[in-house]
Design a protein around this ligand. Structure first.
Ligand code: NAD
Length: 309
C-alpha cells in the first residue's frame, strides 16, 4: 500500500506485503466504524443476572438480541441443581422488558450442555434474524465444597455447562460467524485466574474457559473471528444470593447471618476498590471486546482490583 493511501507519513507506512497483514480500522470522529447496530447477538444464560445485563446492553446499542436460557428445560429433572436456575418466566420477562424499551429481542430456550439444543438455538436465531455475528457464552453454574468430598456428578455437571457449553455453542455458531468477522465472548471469572479453597471444580472450569478462549482465538484469527473472555469479580446475582453467600464457611468467617451482609462483607474486605461489580460493568467490557477489532485472546478482569491480571 502506498504511504499516501495508508494515511501514514512518508517513510512510516507499515509494510503490508503479506495478505495476512491488515490495516487498522478506519476511524470516524475518533471511533472505529465497528458498529453493532443491526448485528445479531446470542447471549446464553440471559434470563437474569450478568447475562440479562449483557442482553440489555447489546439491545441498547441496536443489536438484534437472542436471549437464551433454560426456560422450561430448567424444570426438567436433569436441570435440577443446588440452587434454582432460571425459570421460564424470567427468560420471557427479559425479552419483553427489552422489547418494551424499543430493543429487538427474542427468547429461545437452550441447554448449552446439549449439542442438539445448541444447534436448535442457532437455527432459530437464523430463522428470526437471518444472521449471527456475536456469541456471548455466559451461562454458568457453581457448586462449592472440599475436593475430598466433592461429588463426581457435580464436577461433571459444572464442566458440562461451563466448559463443554462454550465448545458446543461455538461449534454450532461457527459456520455463521465465519461469514462476517464474528465475535465470541466467554464469561469466565476471577476464579479462572487464581485458585480458591472449596472452589476446585468451578475454578478448574473457569481456567479451562480461559484456555479454550486463547486456543480458539489463535485458531480462528485467520477467519477474522475474535475470541475473548471477561472475568467478573463479585456480582450480586443468584449465584451469590442463592449459593455462595449461604455457605457456612463464609457466614462463619464473616460472622454474618443474611446473604446480603455476607456479600457486602466479602466485597468490603477483599476488593481494593471496595465496590461490587454490576451486570452493567460486565456488559461494558463485553461491548468493548465486541468492538475492539485489534483484540483477541485476552481475558479481561473486571473486579475492582480483587485480581489484577
Ligand atoms: P446466574 O445464576 O444469575 O445466571 C446464570 C444463568 O445461566 C441462569 O439464568 C441459568 O438459568 C443459566 N444456565 C445455567 N445452566 C444453563 C444451561 N445448561 N443452559 C442454559 N442456561 C443455563 O449467575 P450469574 O452470576 O449471572 O452468572 C453468569 C456468568 O458469570 C456465569 O458464567 C458465572 O460463572 C459468571 N461469573 C459470575 C460472577 C458473580 O459474581 N456473579 C463472578 C464471576 C463469574
Amino acid at each position: 500500500m502506498a504511504a499516501a493511501e495508508s494515511g501514514f507519513p512518508e517513510g512510516l507506512a507499515p509494510q503490508c506485503g503479506s495478505h495476512h497483514v491488515k490495516p487498522a480500522s478506519p476511524l470516524i470522529n475518533g471511533e472505529t466504524i465497528i458498529n453493532i447496530q443491526g448485528k445479531t447477538a446470542i447471549v446464553t444464560g440471559a434470563a437474569r443476572g450478568i447475562g440479562r445485563g449483557i442482553a440489555e446492553a447489546f439491545a441498547r446499542e441496536g443489536a438484534h438480541v437472542v436471549a437464551a436460557d433454560l426456560g422450561l428445560l430448567a424444570q426438567a429433572s436433569r436441570a435440577g441443581w443446588n440452587y434454582a436456575l432460571s425459570p421460564a418466566r424470567e427468560l420471557e420477562r427479559t425479552a419483553k422488558d427489552i422489547e418494551a424499551r424499543g430493543g429487538a429481542c427474542v427468547a429461545i430456550e437452550v441447554d448449552v450442555s446439549d449439542r442438539a439444543s445448541c444447534q436448535n438455538l442457532v437455527d432459530k436465531t437464523i430463522e428470526a434474524y437471518g444472521r449471527l455475528d456475536i456469541l456471548v457464552n455466559n451461562a454458568g453454574i457453581i457448586q462449592t465444597g472440599p475436593i475430598a468430598e466433592f461429588a463426581e456428578s457435580d464436577w461433571d455437571r459444572i464442566f458440562a455447562v461451563n466448559v463443554k457449553g462454550i465448545f458446543l455453542m461455538s461449534q454450532a455458531a461457527l459456520p455463521h460467524l465465519r461469514n462476517d468477522a464474528g465475535v465470541i465472548i466467554n464469561i469466565a471469572s476471577v476464579s479462572g485466574k487464581r485458585g480458591f479453597p472449596n472452589m476446585g471444580a468451578y475454578c478448574a472450569s473457569k481456567f479451562a474457559a480461559i484456555g479454550l478462549t486463547q486456543s480458539m482465538a489463535a485458531e480462528l484469527a485467520e477467519s477474522a473471528i475474535r475470541v475473548n473472555a471477561v472475568c467478573p469479580g463479585h456480582v450480586d446475582t443468584a449465584m451469590w444470593s442463592d449459593h455462595l453467600s449461604k455457605t457456612e464457611t463464609r457466614q462463619e468467617q464473616y460472622g454474618t447471618e443474611t446473604t446480603e451482609d455476607t456479600f457486602g462483607a466479602v466485597v468490603r474486605d477483599l476488593v481494593p476498590l471496595a465496590r461490587e461489580q454490576s451486570p452493567d460493568d460486565i456488559a461494558e467490557a463485553a461491548l468493548y471486546l465486541t468492538r475492539a477489532d485489534s483484540v483477541t485472546g485476552v481475558s479481561l478482569t473486571i473486579a475492582g482490583g480483587y485480581v489484577m491480571n
